[in-house]
Design a binder for this molecule. Structure first.
Ligand SMILES: Cc1cc2nc3c(=O)[nH]c(=O)nc-3n(C[C@H](O)[C@H](O)[C@H](O)COP(=O)(O)O)c2cc1C
Length: 373
C-alpha cells in the first residue's frame, strides 16, 4: 500500500468528527446517514491511501484492475462520484441502475444494525432517467476510471407471456445502450430485482438469449472502437434448476461476466432474522452465505469459463477472499460502505492482500475458484 497523501492534523480531526456525527445519525436516520456519506467521501480526510499492491492487480473484462473491490449499483445514480470512489480505494465502480425513462419511485432504506443488513423498500430502480442524463454523459466524455453502467427497463405488464411486452423491453434497452455505450467499460443488464417484470427473463432462456444477442449487436454498433463488455446481474433467488440453462445462455451469447447476486426477496430469510413484518429487500451480512453458494454453483456449472463478479454481504477482507475462492474474479460491496464508512475499501484490500500472500497466491486471478463448497 502506498501513501499518496499524508493527512494533516486538521484532516485527521475532521475525519474523526465526521465519523462521530455519522455514527449517531446512522442509528437514528439511515437515509440521512446515506446522504451524509456522499459528503464524507468527497472530504480530503478520506482520500489518503490508494492500494497499489501487485497481489491485488486483477485481470478481467480485458482490463487490469488496480484491485478487485468495486462499488455495486445503487450507490451512485448521478455519475458524480467516480473520482472519489477510486480515491477512497475502490478498483472500479458500477453506476445506476438506470432506466430510459425517469423513475422517481421512492426508495426507503432501513438499517437493521444488529444484523449488519439493510432493507431496501422499492418497487423499481429509482433514477433520473437516461434520457435526462445524456447531456451529463456527453459533457463528461468517457468515465475516467474502470466503470460499468447498469441498465434495466421499468416497463410493466399484466401478462408476462405477452410477446409484445418483450419487444417493448428490447426497444427500451436498445435506447439505453445508444446513450451509455460510448462512455463505459461494461454495461450490465440488471435482472436482479425480485419484483420487476424484466427479471422474469431469468425463467425464459430463449427470450433472454435473443435480448443478449441484440444487446451485443447494438453495443458494438454504438461503440465500435472501445466496445464495452456485456454483463448480466441475476437475482439471489435463482433456482438450482435454472443454473444449467442460464449457464448455456451466457456461454452461447458470449456474456463477458455475471454478477451474483442482487438483494434478497425471500420471506424466509427475513423470517429467520425475525423481520418478516418489515417491508423491503434484504442486503448485507445475511445474504453473504446464500449468494456465495449460488456463485459457487454457477462457477462449477460453467467449469471456470465465465467471469463472475460477487455481490452480497462482503464486509471485510475474509469475506472478499471467500468470494474469490468460490469463483469470483471481482467483488462488489455496497452495504459495508454504508455501515463502515469511507475507509472500508482500503481496509478490505489490505486484509485481502495479506490473506492471498499467506495462502501462497501471487495474484487474485490465481486464487479464483480455488475452493469448492
Ligand atoms: C440502498 C440500496 C440501493 C440499491 N440499488 C440498486 C440498484 O439500483 N441496482 C442494483 O443492481 N442493485 C442495487 N442494490 C443492490 C446492491 O447493488 C447489491 O447487489 C446488494 O446490496 C448486495 O450487496 P451488499 O450486501 O454488499 O449490499 C441496492 C442496494 C442498496 C442497499
Amino acid at each position: 500500500m502506498s501513501d499518496l497523501h499524508k493527512p494533516s492534523f486538521i484532516e485527521k480531526l475532521s475525519k474523526k468528527i465526521f465519523l462521530f456525527i455519522w455514527f449517531f445519525i446512522k442509528r437514528t436516520n439511515p437515509n440521512a446517514a446515506r446522504r451524509l456519506l456522499y459528503w464524507g467521501i468527497t472530504d480530503q480526510a478520506f482520500l489518503t491511501t490508494v492500494p497499489r499492491d501487485s497481489v491485488l492487480e486483477t485481470h478481467a473484462l480485458g482490463k487490469t484492475f488496480q484491485n478487485p473491490i468495486g462499488i455495486s449499483a445503487g450507490f451512485d445514480t448521478t455519475f458524480k462520484y467516480n473520482d472519489e470512489l477510486v480515491r477512497i480505494g475502490f478498483g472500479f465502480a458500477e453506476f445506476g441502475t438506470f432506466t430510459y425513462h425517469k423513475d422517481r419511485e421512492l426508495e426507503q432504506t432501513l438499517f437493521l444494525s444488529n444484523q449488519k443488513a439493510i432493507l431496501v423498500d422499492t418497487a423499481s430502480w429509482p433514477n433520473p432517467g437516461l434520457q435526462y442524463l445524456q447531456k451529463q454523459l456527453i459533457d463528461r466524455r468517457r468515465l475516467p476510471h474502470i466503470a460499468g453502467i447498469s441498465i434495466s427497463s421499468s416497463i410493466e405488464t399484466e401478462d408476462k407471456d405477452n410477446k409484445e411486452f418483450y419487444a417493448m423491453i428490447e426497444q427500451d434497452i436498445i435506447k439505453s445502450i445508444q446513450i451509455v455505450a460510448p462512455y463505459c467499460d461494461f454495461i450490465t443488464l440488471n435482472l436482479s430485482h425480485p419484483n420487476m417484470p424484466i427479471s422474469n427473463l431469468i425463467h425464459m432462456p430463449f427470450q433472454l438469449a435473443n435480448l443478449l444477442h441484440t444487446m451485443k449487436d447494438h453495443i458494438e454498433r454504438h461503440a465500435p472502437i472501445l466496445t464495452p463488455k456485456l454483463v448480466v446481474k441475476i437475482p439471489l433467488e435463482t433456482t438450482d434448476s435454472n443454473i444449467p440453462l442460464l449457464t448455456d445462455v451466457f456461454l452461447q451469447e458470449g456474456v463477458d461476466a455475471v454478477i451474483i447476486s442482487g438483494f434478497s426477496g425471500s420471506k424466509s430469510q427475513k423470517q429467520r432474522l425475525g423481520n418478516s413484518h418489515l417491508k423491503g429487500f434484504l442486503t448485507g451480512k445475511p445474504i453473504m452465505e446464500p449468494s456465495t453458494l449460488l456463485l459457487n454453483k454457477f462457477y462449477q456449472a460453467s467449469k471456470g469459463k465465465i467471469t463472475f463478479i460477487a455481490s452480497g454481504g462482503v464486509f471485510n477482507g475474509e469475506d472478499a477472499y471467500r468470494k474469490i475462492c468460490a469463483g469470483a474474479t471481482l467483488v462488489q460491496i455496497h452495504t459495508a460502505l454504508l455501515y463502515k464508512g469511507p475507509d472500508v475499501a482500503n481496509e478490505i484490500n489490505q486484509k485481502l492482500a495479506l490473506l492471498l500472500r499467506q495462502k501462497g497466491f501471487k495474484s487474485v486471478n490465481e486464487a479464483v475458484g480455488s475452493q469448492y463448497f
